[in-house]
Write a protein that binds this ligand. Structure first.
Ligand code: TYD
Length: 137
């Protein structure tokens, strides 16, 4: 898996005078079956989140409110994104290290995940992640 697979998806958005509505269906608007939803909120502006990689998990990150930066690293290349739209989702494929930072004061980060929580799926050590990503393990 590489960073080329990590792209911003435009989600459906219905807009009228009463506001906006967006929605997400598994395999239609995101390329996996959604098995878990979690969200980050009340994140202090100087806090760093993420700092891990996943062996198999696929995720979509959405800035439901406010904005934050996402820094991705596949072991060879790095790429960063600013998420600030509830109608856009950043797809993150397996084997990508991610760091989240620069949260605005009102930011809410919604995460759609392809599997239930499993600590064994995590890389918490960046050097171990790099070794695995580069096929050295
Ligand atoms: P963690 O993944 O470290 O958060 P972040 O990457 O955003 O900094 O998760 C923080 C804690 O929450 C960790 O102890 C595990 C727990 N957790 C769950 O129990 N279920 C979940 O779905 C998630 C994402 C985390």
């Amino acid at each position: 898996m590489s960073l080329n697979n990590c792209v911003v998806l435009n989600l459906p958005r219905f807009t009228n005078a009463e506001g906006n509505l967006s929605f997400i269906e598994s395999h239609v608007h995101v390329p996996f079956a959604i098995q878990r939803v979690y969200y980050l909120y009340d994140v202090p502006q100087n806090a760093q989140r993420g700092a891990h990689g996943h062996r198999d998990l696929q995720q979509i990150l959405i800035a439901l409110a406010g904005s934050f930066h996402v820094f991705l690293d596949d072991g060879y290349k790095k790429k960063s994104f600013i998420l600030d739209s509830p109608s856009q989702g950043l797809y993150i494929c397996p084997m990508i290290w991610r760091d989240l930072a620069h949260f605005s004061s009102n930011a809410v980060c919604l995460v759609l995940a392809s599997a239930p929580y499993d600590e064994n799926d995590y890389f918490r050590d960046k050097e171990v992640f790099y070794a695995a990503a580069r096929g050295e393990l």
